[in-house]
Design a protein. Structure first.
Length: 358
């Protein structure tokens, strides 16, 4: 099993990425959430210069936010700085679109976007619709070596529903999944493996990446203590954000609320109903999303919520949980580091070492 990190992109994310490389992590994934973080391609460019082995990927790019030729050019440019180390992670969008009050884009539009980007990166001339008109486009002078089309850029798709998983299998792409607990993560993996098999890829290895937030607890440390709240609390708070989006904006919620957490979630929704700008509730609701627990949502992020939605536990228990994911077929475990908590990469390096030793 490989191990990666994911970062809420900052211009100087290269610092923690460089440390992750020194610790033996194989991948670094950069959020592409333009209203919350720094630009992922700027940060990946800096990381490319500062590292030599670790793979650098978008985690994940949302097609509606960047036109396909521009995205392809960015990947090809990075591929010259970090030859053969670039990953194109893509999805229909949650955070990057919810921060603008939008739901996910159409799966068919994402498929078309992927087709164009990957064809350009293979050096092909491709049909592309721009401003309602069909045009043939291509990189015109790759031989000048201003970009790199020689080394492949690997495709990975964030896919939760059966249609998205079927598309991932159709494309033969790597699969990205957000995991909060072992049972749910392995259930999703089984569904993805079935889609892989139905697509006739049963004899091909499936790259399956489990993304998670969590905190490696010290002896007698509480699951809602200061460190755990900073490192894992932002993932628990996603339950609140999704519920408020559904109740106040009519956007779908694909994360069922566990009965034991219904009460604090409902109280947060009522808070959001009264305190957020009624014309743009998404602005207040998603501030700090996956990066920090806001003061006004702190009372609703409980220890139980953190334990149920994240990999927050003593070291031995986390090692056991990650092994269970590995044994089910996940090929990479990626921990998402929150701003100001980058030193946690040292804790997760111990988890990596323990899992790798068994």
């Amino acid at each position: 099993m490989q191990f990666g990190i994911a970062v809420a992109t900052a211009a100087d994310s290269w610092k923690v990425v460089k440390r992750a490389e020194e610790l033996g992590f194989s991948h670094a994934w950069f959020y592409d959430t333009q209203m919350l973080c720094a630009d992922c391609f700027v940060a990946m460019g800096a990381a490319a210069i500062q590292t030599s082995r670790i793979r650098l990927g978008t985690g994940v790019l949302i097609p509606s936010n960047r036109i396909a030729p521009v995205a392809a050019n960015a990947f090809a440019s990075l591929n010259l700085l970090a030859q053969g180390r670039i990953d194109f992670g893509v999805g229909t969008g949650f955070t990057g679109r919810r921060t603008m009050g939008l739901g996910a884009m159409k799966l068919s539009d994402m498929e078309e976007y992927i087709r164009v980007v990957m064809a350009l990166l293979r050096g092909e001339t491709v049909d592309y619709t721009v401003e309602g008109r069909r045009r043939r486009i291509a990189f015109l002078n790759p031989e000048l070596r201003l970009i790199n089309l020689a080394d492949p850029v690997a495709l990975h798709v964030s896919a939760y529903g059966p249609r998205a998983q079927a598309l991932t299998a159709k494309l033969g792409a790597g699969w990205l999944n957000f995991v909060g607990d072992v049972a749910g993560g392995n259930k999703a993996l089984a569904a993805m493996q079935e889609s892989w098999r139905k697509a006739g890829r049963g004899d091909q290895p499936l790259s399956a990446v489990a993304f998670a937030l969590g905190c490696v607890l010290r002896p007698d440390e509480a699951a809602d203590g200061e460190r755990a709240m900073a490192q894992a609390g932002p993932r628990a708070a996603v339950l609140l954000h999704r519920a408020a989006d559904e109740a106040l904006s009519g956007l779908p919620n694909t994360s069922p609320i566990p009965p034991s957490l219904a009460e604090p979630v409902a109280r947060y929704v009522e808070l959001a109903r009264g305190s957020h700008d009624p014309e743009a509730r998404y602005l207040g609701n998603h501030r700090g999303h996956l990066m920090a627990v806001r003061d006004n949502e702190r009372p609703f992020v409980t220890a139980d919520m953190i334990r149920q939605t994240t990999f927050t536990a003593p070291e031995a228990e986390i090692v056991s949980r990650v092994r269970a994911l590995r044994d089910a077929g996940y090929t990479q475990f990626t921990v998402q580091l929150t701003p100001g908590q980058e030193a946690a990469v040292e804790d997760w390096a111990r988890i990596k070492a323990a899992v790798s030793a068994s």
